[in-house]
Write a protein that binds this ligand. Sequence first.
Ligand code: ZN
Ligand code: ZN
Ligand code: FE
Length: 658
Amino acid sequence: MSPDCDVCPDCLKELFDPLDRRFRYPFINCTNCGPRYSIIIDTPYDRPNTTMSDFLMCRECRKEYEDPSDRRFHAQPIACPVCGPRLKLLGSDGAIADPDPLAGAIAALQQGMIVAVKGIGGYHLAVDPFNSMAVRELRKRKKRDEKPFAIMTDTLRRVEDLAHVSPIEARFLSGPERPVLLLRRRDGNDIAREVAPGNDYLGIMLPSSPLHYLLLGASLRAVVMTSANLSDDPILYRDEDALKELSGVADLFLTHDRAINAPCDDSVIRVFHTHPLMMRRSRGYVPRPVQIPSIARDVLALGGELKAAICLAGGEQGFMSRHIGDLKSPATMRSIEGTISELKKLTGITEGVVAHDFHPDYHSTLLAGSLTGLPKVAVQHHHAHMASCMAENRLEGEVIGIIFDGAGYGSDGSIWGGEFLVGGYSGFRRAGHLREMRLPGGDAAAREPYRMAISLLYQLYGDAVFDLPLDVLRGVGKEEQKIFLQMLEKGINSPVTSSCGRLFDAVAGVLDIRGKMSYEGQAAIELEGEAERGICEALYDFGVLPGNDGLILDWLPMMRSVVDDHRAGRMRPDIAATFHRSLAFAAAAVCREIRSESGFDRVVLSGGSFQNRLLSEEILTQLEADGFRVFTHRLVPPNDGGLALGQAMIAGRSQVCV
Ligand code: ZN
Ligand code: ZN
Ligand code: FE
């Protein structure tokens, strides 16, 4: 039971060898490569249990399949042009658009058309990334404003033309998992701005199937390859669904008759030091298990609400599912249910306990409630993040957890997200947290950083906030000002939060980097991008204060300096860099206090804010300088995509009362 794998060097050679009988055959594979997870319907992994069961092997394929000395001995997806799957190019009416599917698709892309391409884990939408008009048209049809599109190209050299690639990044790019890597964009490349507007990074991947190699190459240097789905629905993978749902989006469909059984989005990583920093763990990694400290009972953990992924765990293995998406549409809820039964079938693990988030309204919590007859364990969100990082590092005992996150339901019912926890799998206490601030307008504040900026400035300047000569306040009319002041004074529709993500939003707002977001995390990503270009000369001040519920990391002095520097005309990158480093120093100061009182010197870093590589680096460096042993994520995402692993660990170790 292995993950899907890219094309191996032997198959790649044959693919382009005119004398080979699989010359330019888009479904070439062998025992060392090809689709696995996505085509397996049942166990054991044998051809009749895959979507290849429809294809009867020809004599030559059968010979290779049965010959122990052959590279294709018992290669279940074995196929050739005589007996295997075939490519076709369809118009949006479902009729054959061109008798030569590849040539037709390439020509269409060169003309700026949008082509749906059936890959390993589902359909992608492809378009020419050098053609602004075409990319803009794709954004319009897909209703996606600014969230970056990934690009696929066929050689490392071509990746290097587009972005800066370190030797380690090159290794992960060319690895069998073929994830999308976030790489710093090279200045002066001719990729259209619309591919990743306002972003210093490009998401780039190398081909994950022979079809991709045939599509790229001579005539196309690169293509945008973005998951084919509507808004945030799951990736489309059934031919009928794709044709129907994408009829107004794709001009053509480059498809074939090998069915995908388990859909799987592209994985997305950055490289941190020598290991992956997972943003999304899916194709290429799933269903490889994570080795965890042993648990007493088998668990089904349902994860959170955004970037959902579930986990089935038993013994010393945690099987994280593919990326499911944001659990807000009926389609994602169906997808999560499908994933559960599929993972159960593959792993043979039957849930003894169901773990879910402490949040009463998460869809995953409601789903847990509907699974009758099973004991449930509700896990606090940031405790789960902490346990997730502990589990993949196989830690036992108690540690300090810095959990810098967007939002999670706190033990006291308030919104947490900038937490210093102390504990282990069996429990935790809140040892500290970021100074709280209000979310004026509730949910809207999480999408509109200018609201967070006003909330933060209100703490510094009170009623005088709108007298400040800041660009971020310029668009706020008199009426809106009045409403803001009322909300912030009286706390109307303005819950408090200790969220680290919202603090980053506030800073991005104050610096007028981003007032409103068109996708999750945009403001923090852009703030990090600025900071990477800046220099920190002297640290900003901060406080560590005693509070009712642990220590308070008081960022107010830091923010006063941010505002002063900004008003004095200091460069934004330098302010952003100084903010990152100062926050890291402050976090380390809190950890030192916790250590002196608890004796713990191991620190785990988890939560969505640790997708920020600069913040991770600064905190790691500072903690190590202070003599801490620091553990970060390498196997599962620090964001909510890794939550289920921690939930499974906590529930698997808990004393459950039925
Ligand atoms: Zn191969
Ligand atoms: Zn054959
Ligand atoms: Fe979270």
